[in-house]
Write a protein of this length. Structure first.
Length: 347
């Protein structure tokens, strides 16, 4: 695929992770997984299945007692891949943006629409009884399309749905400005559609409801885990470089921050890189300053937890200590307000 909104800078270069990188990652991961039966290793970035079944199996082999997941565009999924996914008990996430007319940003390398190719792979998953989640990118959060958007995924039979409003980050620059009121109405309409037929776990709705539950039960609200400062989310690149907190920074470099990596698993253990992140990662201090500024100035901080590093960096001209971003406005503030509108309408 060559999606027009993709943030990856090197997606047209075929880079395969060497086995010794996976082996270096697996050693500390296996120790973590021994203490946490829900530990997950996610294969993502570009198209993981393009590595081929033999190589992907070899990369997975060093890991013990982990749940392997893959995020795929489904273009390569056939009966042989379905057998592989079942044999390795892999969780599957498919990237698709809704009905066919909502997928015009998802095109092949030749520039052709990719929807039918994706659906062919999804039909193989369904034929083999493989459950799958979905991630959708919404470039225009139009409330008039929210119901049809949700019903598509409900009919498709996805277990979970994550909705990402298109972001300006990486090589995806010049994203069209979204009216906050329009985004709010979109989330409200999406909540209406979900409430009428709650067969899909909708990630964003679940986040708001979880936050509301903590308030109602007088528990200290926790920031959204996806943006919490100390959820390290270590992303390991093909060369062993480790980027923390924000996978979207992988592959980029900056005069002040270098390549954004905390280190390399071929030189230092992953657990050491995570525990020593502050001293090893120049940009994290500036990012913390931005999070603290959000906490002082934004009434939505308890829900949001502060903007993601990549959004800050790309929207604030290379600074990590800026505060509100367009991502905050459309995907956090508008989300909370939209679901609140939905609840008020249905009281």
């Amino acid at each position: 695929m060559d999606c027009t909104y993709c943030y990856l800078p090197l997606r047209k270069i075929k880079n395969l992770m060497p086995l010794h990188v996976a082996q270096a990652v697996a050693e500390p991961v296996n120790e973590w997984a021994a203490k946490d039966p829900a530990f997950e290793v996610v294969w993502h970035g570009g198209e993981p299945l393009s590595a081929g079944r033999e190589h992907l199996a070899a990369l997975m082999a060093p890991f013990e007692n982990v749940q392997h997941s893959v995020q795929t565009n489904a273009a390569l999924i056939d009966d042989a891949w379905c057998k592989f996914l079942l044999e390795h008990d892999m969780h599957v996430g498919v990237s698709i943006d809704g009905p066919e007319d909502m997928n015009h940003h998802r095109v092949t390398r030749a520039g052709h629409p990719a929807f039918r190719v994706i659906m062919r792979g999804i039909q193989r998953l369904r034929a083999h009884g493989i459950p799958f989640s979905a991630i959708a990118v919404v470039s225009d959060p139009d409330p008039a399309t929210a119901t049809r958007f949700y019903e598509f995924f409900a009919e498709l039979g996805v277990t979970d749905l994550g909705v990402n409003v298109e972001e300006e980050e990486g090589v995806n620059r010049g994203v069209q400005e979204v009216d906050p009121a329009r985004a709010t109405d979109f989330w409200a309409a999406l909540a209406d559609a979900w409430s009428a037929n709650p067969v899909v776990r909708l990630r964003e709705i679940s986040r708001v409801l979880g936050f509301a539950s903590s308030i109602l039960h007088a528990q200290p609200p926790e920031p959204d885990p996806a943006s919490a400062l100390w959820d390290p989310l270590p992303t390991v690149a093909v060369d062993g470089g480790v980027v923390l907190l924000s996978p979207e920074l992988a592959g980029f470099s900056d005069e002040r921050f270098g390549d954004f990596t905390t280190g390399n698993v071929l030189r230092d253990r992953l657990d050491l890189l995570v525990s020593d992140a502050d001293t090893r990662t120049p940009w994290i201090t500036e990012f913390r300053d931005g999070v603290e500024a959000c906490a002082r100035t934004c009434g939505y901080f308890a829900f949001c937890g502060g903007a993601h590093p990549a959004n800050r960096y790309f929207e604030h001209g290379g600074r990590m200590d800026g505060t509100r971003t367009r991502y905050c406005t459309t995907a956090k503030i508008a989300l909370l307000e939209g679901v609140t509108q939905h609840v008020h309408r249905h009281q």
